[in-house]
Write a protein that binds this ligand. Structure first.
Ligand code: NAP
Length: 578
């Protein structure tokens, strides 16, 4: 093990643990696949997971009704044809327990558990500029060094604590959808309040209403929700899917958003009312989250085009919800369709027809405080036994900023990102070499099927590390100029859309004090993939690659590396030079 010289200020405690090739932070979809890939290279890897088991998002979000809202057959790993053939999804949209079983199966099938340390949070990591190593510290007191750190910390893992006065005073049971007790909660006969009507609230509310004596929903902003049309997958459907899985997986990887569809070519405003309504009705019946967004090419670009979809959804809400005043309160106004993530509805709107379910419009009667007995709005106190906070996350950046990451010259990631995240290709932030991020900010991540985006990132990162090893190189860093251009490009693309003007977690507006920056790459996963591949093929253009004399890799090289279908396998796209 190399000796670690004194580090830049603030100086870390001396690293006393082993030197690894890589530390992966998080054991969800991203971390598991990253571990699999790096082990394939023969590298020494440790995954640290703060929770008491693997699964990431699908371990923690155990609230009633939690399920994926991209079809399970598509929201699953594509890297193993054998896995595709042996795993059987029972429903079109798998529930949280089934998704978690899948991830456990993956961990067991590929023997991943041995390299995963549970109940251990990475709290700090400091880059040693002399040895090109990260010094990693955990909350259990472990200290070790690694050539690479890969943040597989998820986009929705930093829970947003309720910013409502008096929350601590409540004497009933307070729950957060993203931190639901493992043993479940019996709500029978209890009065339940739900604060928040994003995707988590929309999924939970129908199930909570099946159990609770009363459900009172406190809504600040109504959402657009499409019917999921969830159903069991028959043996015949599964057989059909499996027969075409190889072609489907290729098409998925080449697609705009990780789900296969033909991008629309016409404007919504070119169609007449009858054609538009028929088109929207078909999309509504498709049960696909992005169905309405796929109808015309300007839904997210032109306010007038967008309003035609928005009004279509409002008309549907009016047909489902019997009380006209409640239907109107549930109908988004002045919020362009799709600029906050749409939701899939499995009985959400219909739940408001039940006599024991009440909707409180916080735009008319805002919450003043949480009291010992319930929630007091400007109108009255609502006495409840349970408050469910479905209030969301410090999305995209929260889980990374939560780690004390110290890069070159003692600069912390918090400092670097004070005005918003900055990186090149969403992968590496300049001054933080060898610190990769999987589906973090300024990449397509949350605007695409997350699993497909994860695989693209993991494969690029793995190919990059293999390339460094092949060349005896020990450090990759984004250049400041490339980072500058990438951030501007991401902002320019977002500026073409309706997204940035809306206060949402996409723009960081849901967290007080968070910089207002559109956090994702809006150009599509296919174009993004092409740019990542082109940069790699062009000798990692936009990055600086350097080496130390003594490479110090954890295990001996095992011969030529296989092309994983990522960077080194892609076509040379003539794209903008970053
Ligand atoms: P979210 O979309 O951020 O929704 C949070 C909700 O809480 C919003 O309605 C928000 O109102 C409300 N809220 C926050 N603070 C409040 C306050 N102080 N007073 C009153 N209301 C407050 O969070 P989420 O529903 O957990 O979903 C986050 C993301 O996670 C989703 O967009 C999706 O990407 C992912 N997710 C996916 C699935 C799935 O795939 N199946 C399921 C759940 C979540 P405002 O809108 O007015 O701020």
């Amino acid at each position: 093990m190399p000796s670690i010289p004194p580090s830049p200020s603030p100086s870390p405690a001396p690293a006393t643990g082993p030197q690894l090739d890589a530390v992966v932070v998080g054991a969800g979809f991203s971390g598991l696949y990253q571990l699999y890939r790096l082990r394939e290279l023969g590298l020494s890897v440790r995954v640290f997971e703060a929770c008491d088991d693997i699964g990431g998002t699908w371990h923690r979000n155990r609230y009633p009704g939690a399920r994926c809202d991209i079809e399970s057959t598509s929201y699953s790993y594509s890297f193993s044809p054998e896995l595709d053939q042996e795993w059987q999804w029972s429903e079109r949209y798998a529930t949280q327990p089934e998704l978690l079983r899948y991830l456990h199966h993956v961990a067991d099938r590929f023997g991943l558990r041995a390299d995963i340390t549970l109940r251990t949070r990475v709290t700090r990591t400091v880059y040693d500029e002399d040895d090109h190593l990260w010094q990693v510290t955990t909350d259990t007191g472990e200290m070790l060094t690694a050539r690479f750190v890969i943040l597989a910390t998820g986009c929705m893992s930093a829970v947003k604590e309720p910013d409502i006065p008096g929350a601590a005073a409540f004497e009933g049971q307070a729950l957060h959808t993203a931190d639901w007790p493992r043993e479940g909660v019996d709500l029978t006969g209890r009065r339940v309040a739900v604060i928040g009507t994003g995707c988590s609230g929309v999924q939970a509310i129908p199930l909570l209403a099946e159990q609770a004596a009363t459900v009172t929903v406190f809504q600040r902003t109504p959402v657009y929700a499409l019917p999921a049309h969830n159903r069991p997958l028959s043996a015949e459907e599964n057989a059909e899917l499996k027969a075409h899985y190889p072609q489907f997986r290729i098409a998925q990887r080449q697609s705009r958003g990780g789900t296969v569809f033909e991008p629309p070519t016409r404007s919504a405003l070119e169609a007449d009312d009858a054609e538009r309504t028929a088109t929207y009705a078909a999309a509504w019946e498709s049960g696909l989250l992005s169905g309405l967004l796929r109808t015309y090419n300007d839904i997210l670009l032109d306010p007038a085009a967008n309003e035609t979809v928005a009004e279509f959804v409002r008309s549907k809400i009016r047909t489902i919800v019997t009380d006209p005043a409640t239907a109107e309160t549930l109908s988004p106004r002045g919020l362009p369709y799709g600029t906050k993530r749409p939701c899939l509805d499995s009985g959400y709107y219909a739940t408001y027809n039940k006599p024991h379910v009440t909707l409180v419009d916080l735009t008319k009667t805002p919450i003043v405080e949480i009291t010992r007995s319930g929630i007091r709005t400007s109108e009255r106190n609502h006495a409840v036994d349970v408050i469910v906070f479905a209030t969301g996350f410090d999305a995209m950046t929260g889980s990374q900023i939560a780690i004390d990451i110290v890069g070159k010259n003692g600069t912390t990631l918090q400092e670097k990102w004070a005005d918003g995240p900055r990186n090149h290709l969403g992968l590496l932030s300049s001054g933080f070499p060898n610190l990769f991020t999987v589906i973090g900010p300024l990449s397509p991540s949350v605007l695409s099927n997350a699993v497909v985006a994860i695989e693209q990132h993991v494969e690029w990162i793995t190919d990059c590390i293999a390339h460094l090893r092949e060349g005896g190189l020990t450090e990759i860093d984004a250049t400041a100029a490339a980072e500058e251009r990438w951030c501007a490009h991401v902002a320019d693309l977002a500026g073409l859309t309706l997204y940035p003007a809306v206060a949402s977690w996409y723009t960081g507006a849901n967290v007080p004090g968070k910089p207002r920056v559109f956090l994702a790459y809006a150009g599509g996963l296919d174009r993004y993939r092409a740019q990542c591949d082109a940069a790699a093929l062009d000798g990692y253009r936009g990055f600086t690659l350097t080496s130390l004399a003594d490479v110090g890799w954890g295990r001996p090289r095992t011969g030529l590396l296989r092309n994983s279908g990522g960077a080194s396998g892609g076509p040379p796209y003539p794209l903008r030079d970053f």
